[in-house]
Design a protein around this ligand. Structure first.
Ligand SMILES: [Zn+2]
Length: 127
């Protein structure tokens, strides 16, 4: 069932799934989604490590310390998660805010995601 949500930035009202909160952002005020740029050429010394098979994760923090979680090409929320990344994000928001503003990309991996690596938990590794 859709309920009326009110954007905390622009006060626009719109209908969406889920219970409205004081931190709801309308689709217009949501930050621009940016996918991770491909690394096109090797022009400096780099460190190459094993590629982890997990799922893509993105943390975005805006200039007002609003924080968002995304996956490869979309923003996540409690109704549209990606292998539990949104819930991990929600549980660790205070710590993640220390990253500072900007787009922070990584891989979410571990139990229940692809190879699992024998882990009993999930981990987020930045790239
Ligand atoms: Zn808005």
């Amino acid at each position: 069932m859709n309920l009326i949500h009110v954007c905390f930035k622009c006060r626009t009202e719109w209908e969406a799934e889920g219970v409205p909160t004081e931190k709801d952002l309308c689709p217009t005020c949501f930050p621009e989604f940016r996918t991770f740029n491909k690394i096109s050429r090797l022009s400096r010394n780099i460190v190459i490590t094993e590629k982890i098979d997990g799922t893509n994760g993105l943390i975005f923090i805006d200039e007002n310390n609003n924080i968002f979680a995304g996956s490869r090409n979309r923003w996540l929320n409690e109704h549209s998660d990606n292998h539990g990344f949104y819930h991990w994000f929600a549980d660790n928001k205070e710590e993640l805010l220390k990253l500072g503003k900007g787009y922070h990309y990584g891989e979410f991996w571990g139990k229940g995601i692809q190879r699992g690596y024998g882990l009993e938990e999930k981990r987020f590794s930045f790239i």
